[in-house]
Write a protein that binds this ligand. Structure first.
Ligand code: FPP
Length: 232
């Protein structure tokens, strides 16, 4: 695929891990484990196609209401992913960013994420941006409070954008959600102002390189007008 026709920033809301596992009479954690494998396939496909920023919603501010054993399993997967795959991406010159309030995560997970942040400091390749304890409302409130702490009396849209967790990234060109659900669920509310939305019926663990190609083709068929008029 031509590099000029791929989105610069693609964001994924992973959904359907539980249903994928249930359809196989397996526990939910089996779905999450296969969800991580799908993440690896999707990141690889996006990078090969020349997509510069890949955002992934891994754990929301609302996911804390899940049973504790599922939360523990998710953070085990996050830690393992950081120590192995993210460490490898870091040595392959990828940049890795995290969005969300990481201070609430288990300490061992925070330590692993800190190591990755240090390891990618001088990298210049594609950005993998992972939302962990991320909620867009929380992100916006943190940004506003940071502006207030800095003495702001009135702020502009660019002042606020400069305090968001995505401050060094462009907005997503396209936001993809799997498993047939059609909502944002508190994901990148500010950044989604002009994003295209693509909803895929497949459960997240079934995503492959071919799914990413299908998404990019669909994106290329969309005309983005940013509130202006259709091109003559
Ligand atoms: C959505 O499926 C999936 C999640 C909320 C968790 C996604 C997390 C991972 C794949 C693993 C950890 C992340 C990293 C970065 C390694 P669901 O459980 O809501 O599915 P359901 O709607 O079918 O129940």
């Amino acid at each position: 695929m031509d590099k000029d026709t791929v989105p610069k920033h693609i964001a994924f809301i992973m959904d359907g891990n539980g249903r994928w596992a249930k359809a196989r009479h397996m526990p939910r954690k089996y779905g999450h484990k296969n969800g991580v494998d799908a993440m690896k396939r999707v990141i690889g496909a996006c990078a090969r196609m020349g997509i510069e920023i890949i955002s992934i919603y891994a754990f929301s501010t609302e996911n804390w209401t899940r049973p504790q054993d599922e939360i523990d399993e998710l953070f085990n997967l996050v830690k393992r992913f950081a120590d192995k795959e993210l460490a490898q991406y870091a040595s392959d010159n990828y940049r890795v960013r995290f969005m969300g309030d990481l201070s609430a995560l288990p300490q061992d997970v925070q330590n692993s994420l800190d190591k990755i942040t240090a390891a990618v400091k001088y990298n210049s390749g594609p950005i993998i941006n992972i939302g962990l304890n991320y909620g867009a409302r929380d992100e916006i409130v943190r940004a506003v409070n940071s502006l207030i702490d800095g003495g702001a009396k009135a702020v502009s849209a660019s002042d606020l954008a400069a305090k968001l967790d995505t401050r060094d990234m462009c907005d997503p060109d396209v936001i993809v959600r799997s498993a047939g659900e059609k909502r944002l669920s508190n994901f990148m509310l500010w950044q989604a102002a002009y994003s295209e939305f693509i909803f895929i019926d497949d459960y997240w663990p079934d995503f492959t390189e071919e799914t990413v190609e299908r998404i990019v083709r669909e994106y290329n068929g969309r005309e983005r007008r940013y509130g202006g008029l259709k091109k003559a």
